[in-house]
Design a protein around this ligand. Sequence first.
Ligand code: SAH
Length: 257
Amino acid sequence: MSSDNSSIHDFDFDLICDYFKTLERQGPGSPEITLKALSFIENLGDDSRIADLGCGTGGQTMVLGQHAKGSITGMDLFPVFIDLFNENAQKLDLHDRVKGIVGSMDSLPFQKEELDLIWSEGAIYNIGFERGLKEWRDYLKTGGYIAVSEASWFTLERPEEIDAFWKDAYPGIDTVSNKVAQVEKAGYIPIATFILPEECWTEHFYTPQVAADENFLKKHAGNKVAEDFIANQRHEAQLYHKYKDYYGYVFYIGKKI
Ligand code: SAH
């Protein structure tokens, strides 16, 4: 992200990283839900190879590291997240088995058929659900698992305001049944599908943002881009409270056949 004449986008990314690095998680989720998803994965052993794509600072990866056998590579686009990830692994004494690397999910640094499990919470949307499922499959062993959480509609119809918001933010959002069909079509047995409970958005995601927002606005006082960013975050949280019956995150767990 460094260049002599850094663009507005570089600046935005720096700001966004500066905000999210202060939070334990960069997307909705919780330790309990990570463990629930993990309970569907069979056959992990000490030699297993796991990748957590779009790991952020590693909130969920550390939970995996503490409860799953094998070694885990966390990968994220942003070095500042990966530095914190590796510090967290060190603090928890997981650094022998849990390592963070900088990289992009559209060009994985693994061997074909190397992995036993691909994990990705709230991040596959960056490449697109269907594309991620298809491309990442090559890196899984036959019988290996994929476990991803993804924004999904809970109903066939929904109010216009929330429909328009998501179609702009992520047109790939779809109903749970259509997403399960995409899992099948990409070459996996759909092993489990479950909706993340509300506290994954409230207690674990939006509530910690209240204090983070205040600190961030103080730190970047007078910065219009920072103020707009926080206004957007707050708008998103308000929409969630208003329309949470219509959408949320869903965990999809598949087994490569
Ligand atoms: N899994 C974490 C972070 C989710 S937020 C959690 O649940 O808390 C989405 C993450 O995807 C961010 O950390 C972002 O930096 C990362 N990301 C975005 N585009 C990416 C890409 N092309 N390759 C790898 N990571 C990416």
